[in-house]
Design a protein around this ligand. Structure first.
Ligand code: ATP
Length: 343
């Protein structure tokens, strides 16, 4: 995070209802200067509405938007100092890459030439400056869109599913590039996505939304390892739901005593959410488990094991998978990493 150029953003108790649907239901979100916050959540949880209210493209029914300490709630979008990149390529088809970037600068009556070229350089696409959008790949077009958004030196950068239309490899490349560029320019950024891996990879903090409000806002590792709720644990990463028995600060699952992320007063019989990567699978002729199915997924592969009444998914190395044929007996070793309980 580079707070040099960034400003603080405050979304304060935002509410927005569409008919009977509360898209935002008291959303509070504070983004630090220069920080990149990814808003993550299932379809319809209000991510895009939050971004649009911050952009001024949507009015909230109530609540306030503050940027750099100033209340801009009533300010129209064109008077807010924000750069935007959307999912759909939004370049002007009759302008070259360079002209697209210059266009934004002209609108703001700023000198275009050098800065536009420098921005194309920043996003790694200066060799394509003279090309029209139809001569660029999806990833290249999004790089130009990013250059155009940053050229105006916005106070805030808004990215609404900017990678969703790209194929997997380009997505990862551009995701890493966005992180690099954002760190370099230090612009406070809100990045909306429904892809958990993307959110974890790109953000300083991830805000997990549910039904129009934040369920948790924390660093990626915190959200993953110490989810605030079963909803977060379930949405961010895969989890097995396994019966357990709470005893003090621990829960016993499949014979293993595991620490709790949040020890609390839940009843003794619970459902524990156990990550596949916390489950070790050991070939064992005397093991109580049986391999139900396997899936080779490259470096980390997946095996499904039946043990008693439970079906457990485990993540194993592709190498180990070869020693776990379907039907073979296995023993499960649950690693003692903290687990979350279903509410
Ligand atoms: P997605 O990932 O599918 O884009 P989202 O989390 O971005 O979802 P929003 O687009 O913010 O969710 O929508 C939140 C809720 O508000 C949804 O139930 C949606 O149907 C509703 N909604 C959003 N915009 C409008 C609108 N203009 N008119 C009516 N309902 C709307």
């Amino acid at each position: 995070m580079n707070g040099l150029n960034g400003v603080a953003v405050h979304l304060d108790d935002l509410r927005r209802t569409f008919g009977a649907v509360p898209a935002l239901d008291g959303l509070d979100l504070h983004i630090e200067p220069g920080e990149l916050v990814a808003l993550l959540g299932p379809s319809g949880c209000g991510k895009t509405t939050a971004l649009r209210v911050l952009a001024g493209l949507e009015d909230a029914d109530s609540g306030r938007v503050l940027v750099d300490g100033k209340d801009i709630t009533g300010l129209p979008a064109n008077r807010r100092d924000m750069g935007m990149v959307f999912q759909a390529y939004s370049l002007f088809p009759h302008l070259t890459a360079l002209q697209n970037v210059q266009f934004g600068l002209k609108l703001r009556r700023r000198a275009g030439g050098d800065r536009a070229a420098a921005m194309l350089d920043l996003v790694g696409i200066s060799s394509h400056a003279g090309r029209y959008p139809h001569q660029l790949s999806g990833g290249q077009q999004q790089r130009v869109a990013l250059a155009r958004a940053l050229a105006i030196e916005p106070q805030v950068l808004l990215l609404d599913e900017p990678l969703s239309a790209l194929d997997a490899k380009v997505r990862v490349q551009l995701r890493d590039e966005i992180r690099r560029i954002q760190t370099e320019v230090g612009t406070t950024t809100l990045f909306v996505t429904h892809d958990q891996e993307e959110a974890l990879a790109v953000a300083d903090r991830v805000g997990v939304m549910r039904d129009g409000r934040l369920e948790q806002l924390a660093a990626p590792a915190e959200v993953y390892l110490r989810p605030a709720s079963a909803f977060v644990a379930d949405f961010v990463g895969l989890s097995n739901r396994l019966p357990g028995h709470v005893d003090g600060d621990t829960v016993t699952v499949l014979g293993a005593r595991l620490p709790l992320v949040r020890p609390g007063a839940t009843g003794p019989r619970v459902t524990a959410l156990v990550r596949p990567e916390s489950v070790g699978v050991v070939p064992d002729p005397d093991g109580a488990g049986r391999v139900l199915s396997t899936a080779f997924l490259g470096p980390t592969s997946r095996v499904t094991v039946e043990v008693g009444d439970s079906v457990v998914v485990a993540q194993v190395s592709g190498e180990l998978l070869g020693r776990l044929p379907v039907g073979s007996p296995v023993r499960l070793d649950l690693r003692p990493v903290p687990v979350t309980l279903e509410e």
